[in-house]
Every structure is written in structure tokens, then in C-alpha cells.
Design a protein around this ligand. Structure first.
Ligand code: HEM
Length: 408
């Protein structure tokens, strides 16, 4: 049980921490690489090697949907049960063989050709969005580009009417708010529950319509997906689409925002990219390492496991802190430096092992196109606010807003 009175050695909950977690992560990596956090009720792992271990070692399980249910007070459990059932179909929270089956079916809809085929569409949308703000000489990167673009792209992939994407984003935020919160409370549980209800109602109708009028979109392919005779049930399908909408949107938004901020704050790297746009692939990998969007990959210990002299008891949750692992000096020389020419950059920004992000290439295409288009088309980029506000989430690292100016 979480002991909310105990004073943790490391503050992982304050706005100051979220604004710059790296000094804390450096201390944890050195002094307490496997740290039991008494408020979060989890073990926090900060070394690269250990994050690799929990994502690859079968002694750790991805199945942890009951994580909140057991600690929630009785009146909240009914709502949590429904939420729990909904997210239990997410492949990211499933072990083999269930995971193998779900991933196999969904992966068919994300072929490399299908993803590369999106590039012209992303280029068109990114250019239109920049055209809309260019004359103003200022924009909020999150509001004007990084937030709407992934919604438009995933909406096109699934062939969802564009007027509905805002509603879907609202439900996906609601579902995510509960998973991402450091601790559940009544208000968050209600928000998560409303998200589930919204998704279920909308997607049931959409599936009916798509069965009647299939096309070449990802949703139609999911409906047709067959793997040794096993198709997705309606509950799995609804939950999977919600997962694709939820996991593909927020993360991509913040990869773009964090990436542009990193480039603005490192003008030598920005200059290199402006002079050599073909470096964008390497630049995005370095941004994923240096200031990526995912916070953690967590797992539950199936049995007692000892790491660096600390015993993680069976049933306990281990948080693999991705941001910390990606700045581990034992793996990355000079880790606090943004270097878009970095070699051997095998970061864990998209996780590792069998749950390695299925949408990694979708996210890369969007980040590459948007960041290069902004850097090439908007000169003299500068941050317009001295104090930026960071999200207080354990799932996604990102900015609430990123106001910038540029030469019109
Ligand atoms: C910058 C953007 C993104 C980041 C940083 C990111 C990060 C991650 C990470 C760290 C994981 C592993 C979680 C774990 O091991 O517990 C993951 C899994 C996943 N991601 Fe992403 N993701 C991004 C974009 C996307 C997009 C665009 C999609 C889909 C359109 C997507 C779909 C998925 C799916 C389906 C999984 C689960 C894979 C599995 O369990 O086998 N992601 N992502």
C-alpha cells in the first residue's frame, strides 16, 4: 500500500521536477538505481540496462490493469472495473500468447509501405498549418501544429470524419488521464469512466458503418484481419482503436514540441539541420533520446527479482524511467548534450523488447516532416515565454504550450 506520509528521498511529483527531471534522475541513477518510491508505490529504475531488463525479462509481466482497482476505495471499484476491462484488451498491457495474437493482427494494418505512403499527406498538412500562421510571426507550436497534426493523421488512417476527431481526442485524454496520474482519486476515475463510455458508444456505431462500407483504411483492415482464423472481437476492436488513438496522439504531439524546443535551445544543432535537411532522421532519433515524449515503461514482477541488491517482490510494479535511461552516461557518452550526429544511438524512447512501439515509424514520419518543415521555412525561431509549463504526467513528457516567434 502507498504510504502517503512517508517522505521520499526523491521528489518526483512537484512542478519543479517535471520542469527538469534530469538532476533528480542523475542522483537516482548514481545513489539509488532501484528505488522504492513510498508515494508512488512502485520501484523506480533509472539505469539503461535495468530498463532494458524489465522490458525483456519474462520474470516481468506487462499485465497490470488491476493496478488501481485493488488500491481504490470500494465505491469507486465498479467504475474502475469497467475501465479495467476496457484497457485489458490493450496489447501494451498483455503478455504472450495474448500479446502475440493482438499485435500480429494490428501490425498487418501498419505495414512499412502504408506508413511511408503517409509522408505526402503529412507534408501537405504540415505546410498548410505553417501557411496559416506564417504571416503572424508567432504561434503556439502545440496548439497550432503539434496537437492537431497527429489527430488529423490518425483520423485519416482510420477514416474518421474530421469533425469527430476533437471528441475522440477528448475521450482519449480522459482515458489517459487516469492511467497517467500518479495516483487515482474519485474525480480521475469518473473522468476515465466517461472516456470509456464515449469511446464505446461512438466506435460501436463507426464499426457498424464500416462493416457495411469497407475501404482501404486501417479500421477496415482490422475488421478483416485474420490470423489463423482468429479475428478481433468487437470489445477488442473498440479497445484497440481507442488505444491507437490514445497512444498515437499525445506522444507524437510532445515529440514535436520537445524536439523543437531542444533545437531552439541548441542553436548550433538547429543550424546543422537547417544546412543539411537530410540529417533529420538522425536528429529525430537524438531528440527521442535527449527529450523524448514517453516517460516510462512499467512492468509487474511475477516472482521476486533482485536487481542491484534490491529485491523487487512478486506482484510489485517497476517503473522503467525512459527519460533517465536515455541519459545514462554508462550507455551514452556526454548524455546531456544534444548531438544530432550521435552514433550508436540505441535509445529506449519507443521502449524495448516485444512491446517496442508499434507506431514508431508513424511517429517518426510525422516528427521528421514537421520539424524539418518548420526549421526550413521559419527563420529566427525563438521561444516567446520565459517560463514554460510542463505536463505533470507519468506517461508523457511534454509542454502545455510552446509559444514561439519567427521572422514572418
Ligand atoms: C513519439 C511518439 C510515440 C512514442 C514516444 C511512443 C512510445 C511508446 C513506448 C515507450 C511504448 C512501449 C510501452 C511499454 O513497453 O510499456 C509504445 C508502445 C506502443 N505504441 Fe507507441 N509511441 C509513440 C507513437 C505511437 C503511435 C503514433 C502509435 C500508433 C499509431 C503508437 C502505438 C503503440 C502501440 C500499439 C504500442 C504497444 C505495442 C505492444 O504492446 O506490442 N505509438 N509506444
Amino acid at each position: 500500500m502507498a504510504d502517503h506520509r512517508a517522505v521520499p528521498r526523491y521528489d518526483l511529483l512537484s512542478p519543479e521536477f517535471f520542469a527538469d527531471p534530469h538532476p533528480t534522475f542523475h542522483r537516482m541513477r548514481t545513489e539509488d538505481p532501484v528505488y522504492w518510491h513510498p508515494q508512488l508505490n512502485v520501484y523506480c529504475l533509472t539505469r539503461y540496462e535495468d530498463v532494458q531488463l524489465i522490458t525483456r525479462d519474462p520474470r516481468f509481466s506487462a499485465e497490470r490493469t488491476d493496478y488501481y482497482v485493488n488500491v481504490a476505495p470500494a465505491p469507486m471499484r465498479e467504475k474502475l472495473k469497467r475501465y479495467d476491462e476496457f484497457i485489458s484488451h490493450w496489447m501494451v498491457l498483455a503478455d504472450p500468447p495474448r500479446h502475440t495474437r493482438l499485435r500480429g493482427l494490428v501490425a498487418k494494418a501498419f505495414s512499412p509501405q502504408a506508413v511511408e505512403g503517409m509522408r505526402p499527406l503529412v507534408e501537405r498538412i504540415a505546410n498548410e498549418m505553417i501557411d496559416a500562421v506564417r504571416a503572424d510571426g508567432r504561434m503556439d507550436v502545440i496548439r497550432d501544429i503539434a496537437h492537431p497534426l497527429p489527430g488529423a493523421v490518425i483520423g485519416k488512417l482510420l477514416r474518421i470524419p474530421s469533425e469527430d476527431t476533437a471528441r475522440l481526442k477528448q475521450w482519449s485524454d480522459a482515458v489517459f488521464t487516469l492511467i497517467g496520474a500518479p495516483a487515482a482519486n474519485e474525480e480521475l476515475i469518473e473522468i476515465g469512466h466517461q472516456g470509456v463510455l464515449g469511446f464505446e458508444g461512438y466506435l460501436r456505431e463507426l464499426i457498424k458503418e464500416r462493416r457495411a462500407h469497407p475501404g482501404d483504411d486501417v479500421l477496415s483492415q482490422l475488421l478483416l484481419a485474420e490470423d489463423q482464423g482468429s479475428v478481433l472481437s468487437d470489445a477488442e476492436l473498440i479497445s484497440t482503436i481507442a488505444m491507437l488513438l490514445a497512444s498515437g496522439h499525445e506522444t507524437t504531439t510532445h515529440l514535436i514540441g520537445n524536439g523543437l524546443l531542444a533545437l531552439i535551445r541548441n542553436p548550433d544543432q538547429m543550424r546543422k539541420l537547417r544546412e543539411s535537411p537530410q540529417l533529420i532522421d538522425k536528429a529525430v532519433e537524438e531528440i527521442l533520446r535527449y527529450n523524448g515524449a514517453a516517460y516510462q515503461a512499467s512492468r509487474r514482477a511475477r516472482e521476486d527479482v533482485e536487481i542491484r541488491g534490491v529485491r523487487i517482490e512478486a506482484g510489485q510494479i517497476a517503473f522503467g524511467l525512459i527519460q533517465a535511461a536515455n541519459r545514462d552516461p554508462a550507455r551514452f557518452p556526454d548524455p546531456d548534450r544534444l548531438d544530432i550526429l550521435r552514433k550508436d544511438n540505441r535509445h529506449v524512447g519507443f521502449g524495448a523488447g516485444i512491446h517496442f512501439c508499434l507506431g514508431a515509424q508513424v511517429a517518426r514520419v510525422q516528427a521528421q516532416v514537421v520539424l524539418n518543415t518548420i526549421v526550413q521555412r521559419l527563420p529566427d525561431l525563438a521561444v516567446a515565454e520565459p517560463r514554460l509549463e510542463w505536463l505533470q504526467s507519468f506517461l508523457v513528457r511534454g509542454l502545455r504550450a510552446l509559444p514561439v516567434t519567427f521572422s514572418a
